[in-house]
Ligand binder design. Structure first.
Ligand code: SF4
Length: 301
């Protein structure tokens, strides 16, 4: 089947099923072409919360589909490729959190949105890379157990020295964001290219970057310049090209998240046809996780 036919069939079935398609920025351009909402984890979560359609199809990875279900429990949540996961999220377990709480009884627990529903259920608050500083700053506790991304933990520590940030685990990272080369970035800078790094990048990369931003903020920043090297998953280059057609973007062709690229038009079409990939969660876990997600969404600006 041609791409054009696949797109036509997806759009027809989406309408018949009354489905809303939510696609992460890192998804393939043809998935963006059929999506109703394209955004970062926070933008997708907010769209899921207010969705009125009975079916939400999440083109992304598992924690995003779980978050959609947590925020809008009455809906059918479909993840077209059920084994699309996030290796960063896999670094953290509820058991690790429970043990850290025993070691640091006065600490609050903040988990990155890239974590399982079970981890969110035992946390005090959730955050995204875009609101991590705001969420951590809002908590009264000085000690903050933060997981699973140790790079994001160090980013928070660099801006909030008044807090004691305890990374959990100490080596949690995203292999895509950990792969950028200082030499490549220095060379780019010599050529007059400005750099935007995602907060999930290691400190040595963030230190070279001109700007640090979540994917949701990158387009806003990029409009104020011409040539940008983007330190995040390569799919963001397509998204930035859609949003800022007058700017030029470069990136590392090896910065590919294999799980984000599992969702194809064919997988999406199958999911819409047969309702496969439904995500269901224990109601108690959903209720507990909702508290920590709501904390994030309710923190004043
Ligand atoms: S890019 Fe990294 S953090 Fe994002 S889904 Fe892939 S592995 Fe997880």
């Amino acid at each position: 089947m041609t791409k054009r036919n696949l797109i036509a069939d997806v759009l027809r079935l989406k309408s018949e099923r009354k489905a809303l398609i939510l696609a992460h920025n890192y998804q393939l351009p043809e998935i963006h072409a059929v999506a109703d909402v394209i955004g970062d984890s926070l933008e997708l979560a907010l769209a899921a919360r207010k969705a009125t359609e009975p079916v939400l199809v999440v083109c992304g990875v598992r924690f995003m589909a779980e978050t959609a279900g947590i925020l809008n429990p009455g809906k059918t949540i479909l993840l077209p490729v059920p084994d699309a996961g996030c290796p960063l999220a896999d670094f953290l377990t509820p058991d690790l959190i429970t043990r850290a709480k025993e070691e640091y009884p006065d600490a609050a627990v903040v988990v990155y949105i890239n974590s399982t529903a079970s981890c969110k259920a035992v946390a005090d608050a959730v955050c995204t890379s875009g609101n991590a500083l705001k969420v951590v700053r809002s908590l009264p506790q000085k000690q903050i157990i933060f997981g699973p991304d140790a790079n994001l933990a160090s980013y928070i520590r660099s801006f909030l020295p008044e807090k004691e940030i305890i990374p959990l685990p100490a080596n949690g990272h995203c292999y895509v964001h950990a792969g950028f080369s200082e030499d490549d970035l220095s060379e780019m800078k010599k050529q007059g290219v400005s750099i935007i790094a995602h907060p999930e990048c290691p400190e040595k990369i963030r230190n070279i970057a001109d700007q640090i931003a979540s994917t949701g903020k990158m387009a806003e920043i990029a409009r104020k310049g011409k040539r940008w090297y983007i330190c995040t998953e390569i799919g963001m280059l397509d998204r930035l090209g859609e949003l800022c057609p007058d700017q030029i973007f470069f990136g590392d062709e090896f910065a590919v998240c294999a799980d984000m690229k599992k969702t194809t038009l064919q997988e999406l079409l199958s999911c819409l046809k047969d309702g496969s990939g439904e995500i269901t969660l224990d109601p108690e876990i959903m209720k507990a996780a909702r508290r920590s997600v709501d904390y994030m969404l309710d923190v004043p600006p």
